[in-house]
Write a protein that binds this ligand. Structure first.
Ligand SMILES: Nc1ncnc2c1ncn2[C@@H]1O[C@H](COP(=O)(O)OP(=O)(O)OP(=O)(O)O)[C@@H](O)[C@H]1O
Ligand SMILES: [Mg+2]
Length: 145
């Protein structure tokens, strides 16, 4: 837990960051989805659950596919009242590249979907020990906590 925002009354601190380390296993995709979607419900952001579930699924699947064993982390943050940031970190320093998959391609659509769902608000930070992919979703402004 790194940051806080306040409730509608401005009095009650609400935790706004959550992080989970996972093993490099296909089962981690579901675990990451449950974790992030649970946080969003806790934050009363149920409207974001469907899109977040797709994004987390794509990003964690990509990380698992790297075959890297050192570090797989999923996190959800509220950098501001208006944004939910989903982060997936892995131990590979190979950068993700969005592909223009042709109609016949059977893969290469995951990041394009993340791009579409976030309206281009995603990116990658290269780190000495790997990288973190982030994807931002707009939080509904009328949310009451
Ligand atoms: N976490 C990652 N680490 C290293 N390379 C990645 C990562 N995520 C994506 N990539 C690279 O970017 C490419 C595009 O990723 P994308 O998710 O769009 O397609 P895909 O995983 O190949 O297929 P699909 O998601 O449709 O099953 C991947 O083929 C891979 O080369
Ligand atoms: Mg993919």
């Amino acid at each position: 837990m790194k940051t806080h925002t306040t409730s509608g009354a401005g009095l009650v601190p609400v935790p706004t960051a959550a992080e989970l380390s996972l093993p490099y296993l296909p089962e981690s995709v579901g675990a990451a989805r449950r974790f992030v979607c649970g946080k969003l419900r806790e934050w009363r952001l149920d409207e974001l659950v469907d899109d977040a579930s797709l994004i987390v699924g794509e990003l964690v699947t990509n990380s698992v596919k790297t075959g890297c064993q050192t570090r797989l982390v999923v996190a959800a943050r509220r950098p501001s009242d208006r944004v939910v940031r989903i982060l997936v970190g892995d131990g590979s320093r190979v950068m993700p590249v969005m592909i223009r998959a042709g109609t016949a391609a059977t893969s290469g659509r995951g990041l394009a979907m993340v791009h579409r769902l976030t309206h281009g608000r995603w990116g990658v930070t290269l780190l000495p020990f790997g990288k973190v992919v982030h994807a931002d979703l707009p939080a509904p402004t009328t949310t009451r906590r």
